[in-house]
Design a protein around this ligand. Structure first.
Ligand code: PLP
Length: 489
């Protein structure tokens, strides 16, 4: 038989493995240097929009460039134009960590390039995801019965939870017919809930108005009595209450909604209860702080972000769901090309969320949980809460500083309130200037929030490398900036 003619197409392929290893060694050396010298960098770059992109060519190169040149360019151009989340003085929003074990895992994840769409496409990654989600569930003291999986972000997990809630509330009609002919669906969250809840309502076709914002108490926690009233009001108006989103660790103040009381209402009213514990859930790893998840075992779903306060690099969001069947009914759609042999011992992760492709995210969670252990993680979180207490003590000891909200976790809200400056607008401007001044030093990065209409500085502690000296530095810079500005009032 004739052999078919061979093609003239050159076989370029990838870089040879030994060359890849050489660049990895270079990258590893750079990472080491980066972490060793991170405190010498500005947390927040002094850079204007467009300044970075102006350094890059308009088009991709026609011919490939040597990796050494690309790595040189990376080191010279990229880090100076970045905000350094791995800096121990990063205290804005919620600080997080790309920890050592997580960094190593990310490198291996890229090398494996696994895609756990179906069990067959990633046996170890599918099963490791189940195992580590269950490890974390036990570490946080949640009961059995939760099906765990990893999403990229809490926002996507909340969309998945509410899609399942919508599926259940409409007895599956929404899946085939959409929202046509259905009463207006309603969901409830506190006025302190994260914007991802409203975004989910928009994306699910319910509309932003479908989210009823429930009043909070003096500690910024959802008021169950107001929730009950809102549900009854909606039922009387012919609307269809569908779900409640309670928050453990709200973005503004880290308040914890009374989940047990909310769960009682949800059970009585037949509503799906989703708990957004994106930041605060981590605290339950510490034995004495388990209370933060009180009542969460009765929730239908819960999300916690290891990429926030559990030292796992972006992105890793663990999504637990008790009603696994409804979740599957909301999402499962199997095209012919993805039909794989059925085996009751296996399941396909693509059936439980919006995405088909799936990074091997469980590897970094596995490595982080193993490298620090439950005790090591608990000690680090406990330490962050202690540091936040220390800062609160310093604030309380100063006449002209005031705390703006209780701090049940590791995020503290406060402001400078000099004698003689009492109007809210003036106080806002004064504290805005303090924030701008301390952030401009490059030595720290804090953010702000609005608490009951009042401007507050916000210092979050959650990076694994943050020590007492970093909090002392932030406090010194804040006091210096305040003294400078107060003298001109
Ligand atoms: N929920 C809470 C309470 C948050 O604070 C945040 C972000 O900070 C989110 C959800 C959204 O998290 P993600 O970026 O993982 O979508």
């Amino acid at each position: 038989m004739d052999t078919p003619p061979s093609s003239q197409i050159p076989d370029e392929g990838d870089l040879p493995p030994e060359e890849i290893a050489r660049h990895l060694h270079r990258a590893a050396d750079w990472i080491r240097h980066y972490l060793e010298t991170i405190e010498e960098r500005a947390v927040l770059p002094a850079i204007e929009p467009g300044e970075f992109s102006a350094q890059l060519p308009e088009e991709a190169p026609v011919d490939g460039e040597p990796m050494d040149r690309i790595l040189d360019d990376f080191a010279r151009r990229v880090p100076p134009a970045l905000t350094h989340w791995n800096h121990p003085s990063f205290h804005a929003w919620f600080s997080n960590t790309g920890s050592g074990p997580g960094i190593v895992a990310e490198m291996l994840t890229a090398a494996l390039n696994n895609n756990a769409m179906v069990w067959q496409s990633g046996p170890a990654s599918t099963e490791m995801e189940a195992v580590v989600c269950d490890w974390l569930r036990r570490m946080m003291g949640l009961p059995e019965g939760f099906f765990g999986q990893i999403q990229d972000t809490a926002s996507i997990a909340t969309i998945a939870a509410l899609a399942a809630a919508r599926q259940r509330a409409t007895e599956g009609r929404v899946r085939t017919e959409g929202l046509r002919g259905l009463p207006l669906l309603r969901m409830y969250s506190s006025e302190e809930a994260h914007s991802s809840v409203e975004k989910a309502a928009i994306l699910l076709g319910l509309g932003q108005d479908a989210v009823v914002k429930i009043e909070v108490d003096e500690a910024f926690r959802m008021r169950p009595d107001k929730l009950q009233e809102a549900i009854e009001r909606d039922r009387r108006a012919g609307r269809l209450p569908m779900a409640v989103v309670a928050t453990v660790g709200t973005t503004g103040t880290t308040s914890v909604d009374p989940v047990a009381a909310v769960a009682t209402i949800c059970e009585r009213e037949g509503l799906w209860l989703h708990v957004d514990a994106a930041y605060g859930g981590a605290m339950a790893v510490v034995e004495e702080y388990r209370w933060v998840l009180d009542g969460c075992g009765r929730a239908d779903s819960l999300v916690v972000n290891p990429h926030k306060w559990l030292f796992v690099p972006m992105d890793c969001s663990v999504f637990y769901c008790r009603d696994r069947q409804t979740l599957k009914e909301a999402f499962s759609l199997v095209p012919t090309y993805l039909m794989t042999p059925q085996d009751d011992r296996a399941y396909n992760l693509m059936d439980y969320g919006p995405a088909l492709g799936r990074r091997f995210r469980s590897l970094k969670l596995w490595m982080v949980l193993r490298a620090y252990g439950r005790r090591g993680i608990a000690e680090r979180i406990r330490r962050h809460v202690e540091l936040a207490r220390l800062l609160q003590d310093w604030i309380a000891a100063e006449r002209e500083w005031e705390q703006m909200a209780p701090a049940p976790m590791s995020t503290v809200l406060f402001r400078h309130h000099p004698a003689g400056l009492d109007d809210e607008e003036g106080l806002r401007r004064h504290n805005e200037e303090i924030l701008r001044a301390v952030n401009a030093t490059g030595e720290v990065f804090l953010s702000h929030t609005i608490v009951r209409g009042r401007y507050a500085l916000r210092l979050a502690i959650g990076n694994i490398r943050t020590q007492e000296r970093h909090i002392r530095k932030a406090w010194r810079l804040l006091k210096e900036a305040a003294a400078e500005r107060a003298s001109s009032i």
